[in-house]
Design a protein around this ligand. Sequence first.
Ligand code: OXD
Ligand code: MN
Length: 597
Amino acid sequence: MNAQATNEAMDASSPTTLASLRDWVDQVAKLTTPDAVEWCDGSDAENKKLIDRMLADGTLQTLNEETNPNSFLHRSDPSDVARVEHLTFVCTTEEDDAGPNNHWMSPVDGHRKMDELFKGCMKGRTMYVIPYCMGPIDSPLSRCGVEITDSPYVVANMRIMTRMGEQALKRIEREGKFVKGLHSIGELDPNRRFIMHFPEELSIKSYGSGYGGNALLGKKCHALRIASHQAKSEGWLAEHMLILGVENPEGETHYIAAAFPSACGKTNLAMLIPPESYREAGWKIWTVGDDICWMRPGADGRLYAINPEAGFFGVAPGTGSDSNPNAVKTLSRDAIFTNVALTADNQPWWEGIDGDALPTVDWQGRLYDPTNGPAAHPNSRFTVSAKQCPSYTDEAENPAGVPISAIIFGGRRPSLVPLVFEARDWNHGVLVGASMGSETTAAATGAVGVMRRDPMAMKPFCGYNFADYFGHWMSFADDNDNLPKIYHVNWFRKGKDGKYVWPGFGENMRVLEWIIDRVKGEASAVETPIGNLPSAEDLNLDGLALSEDAVQTLFDFDRTGWAEEFKNIGSFLDEFGDRLTPKLRKEHAKIVDQLND
Ligand code: OXD
Ligand code: MN
C-alpha cells in the first residue's frame, strides 16, 4: 500500500476523536509507509491474534504447555540484548540542560537524524498504535502516552507492562495531552540504532533495537527520562526505585522506596519473603513495584508513591526458589521469556533456576556448549503481569498512592561501604544518593564490574542535568519536615576471600526491620561522619552464624577509606560546576571536615 492509500485506510479506521493524536499518527504513517495501521485496544482477542502472528513468523516459540502454560520464548538478535547508553540521547535546546550525565544532540539535529532513519522503514510491516497509561488508570499521579511501533513483540510486552488500550485512550482524549513515542526495530543494525528523547516536547524516537529498555517506550524512556524532566517542572519525583510494604506483627504497614542500579536485586527485594522466625512472628512484605516509582508530597507533606508499571521486566538468571520464591510463582504461567535457554522438554532455563534439568539449547538457539558461555544470556528477561505475584498488594492500584516512610539507596560495593547507615536528614540523604557508586552489570552494553558513580541509580535515566536534579531533590525539604528518612544499604560487601559477607535475599528483612524501627524512633545507632550506623547488636542477627570477621566488615566505619571516598565524591561533584546547588557542596564539605577531624 502506498502512503496515500495508507493514510486513507488509517483515517477510516482511526478510533480517536483527538485531532492532535490523529494528525501525529497520520504524519508518522506518511513518513514510515507501513502496509497497515492497527490501533491497539488491549483486548484478549487482539493479543491472541498478535501472538499467533508471532508464532507463525518465528518471533515467538511456545514453551512446555504443562509446566509453563501460555508462555513464550523470544530470541532477540544477538547484538540487541541490553540498553545502549552510548546511543541514548537527550535533545534539549540548551546543551547544559541535558548536563554532563547525558549524551546531547540539538532537537533539530536529533529529529533530522531520526526522521532520516524512519523514512519508509515500516514498508512491508504493520504499524501498531498503542495508547497506554503509566500508573493506575484513575490516579492523578499517572501519565499517559502513545507508542507507535512496528514490533508485535513490543505490543505484547507493553500490554503486560502498562495499562494499555481502550481505557488509556479515553483518558488521553479527556486530557488532550500525551507523550509521543515512535519506535521501529529498523534493521536491528547496531550502527543504525539510536534512542532519542525530546523532553521539552514530551516525545521519544527510538530506532534499531527491540530490547525492552530501548523499545518498550513506556518504561525507561517515558517513565524515567521524560517523566523526570516533567516531574521537575511539576514538583514531583520520577525515580528508578522499587516500592514495597513492610507489615509488622501489629498489622501496621510502612512503605519503602529503594533505588538500586539495574540488575542489583530490586525485583528480589521487592518480593522478599521474610525468614521463618519473622514469618512466625507475623511480618509480611507486600510488593508495589520493582523498578520505577513516581512520588509527590501529599497535603500532609508525606511523599505518596505509585508504581507506574503494571508488570515486571525482570532479569532471569539468579531467579530461583532460594533467591526469589515469589518470582518463581509469578512466572508459572502467562509469561514472555527473552533470551533464556531451553531444556530438552522445552522448559525455559537459566543459570540459578530451580531443579536438576539441564539446558540443551542456549539463548541463541544453538545446542548448548559450555565453551560458548552461559546458556541463558546474563541479561535474559521475563515479562509478566504484577497481578500474578503472590505478594502484590491491592494498594498498588490505589489512585492516591502509598505513603513512603523510608527511602533506601544501594549499590554493588565490594569494599568500604557498611551494610546499612542512615542519613542525618533529608539534605544529607540527597548527598548519600548523589554520591552512590556501583559496579556495572549486564543490563547495559559495555564492561561489567567497573565501579562508577550512579546517583540515585539514575545515571542512565535522568532526563536532565544532574546538577538541577540534585537541586530539585533538595527543594523538597524547603518547607516540609514530614519527608521520609533516607538510608544506604550494601548487600554486596565482600570479605578477604572475595566472597559475599552478607547472605542477602530474605535475610535483608533484618535490615528493613532496623530501618522501620529507626523511623519509629525505636532503634539505636551511632553517629559517624557518614551518618548513623547501627552496631551489630542493633540488628537482629539471630541464627545467621556470621563470623566475627564478617560482623566487623559489615558494621565497621573505616575513616581513612571514607576520607579517600569523599575526595572522589568531591571530584565527581566538580563535574557539575557552578550549576550544582551550593547546599550539596555544603553537605559534602561538612562531612570532609568531620572525616579530617
Ligand atoms: C531495567 C534496567 O530493565 O534497569 O529495569 O535496565
Ligand atoms: Mn531498571
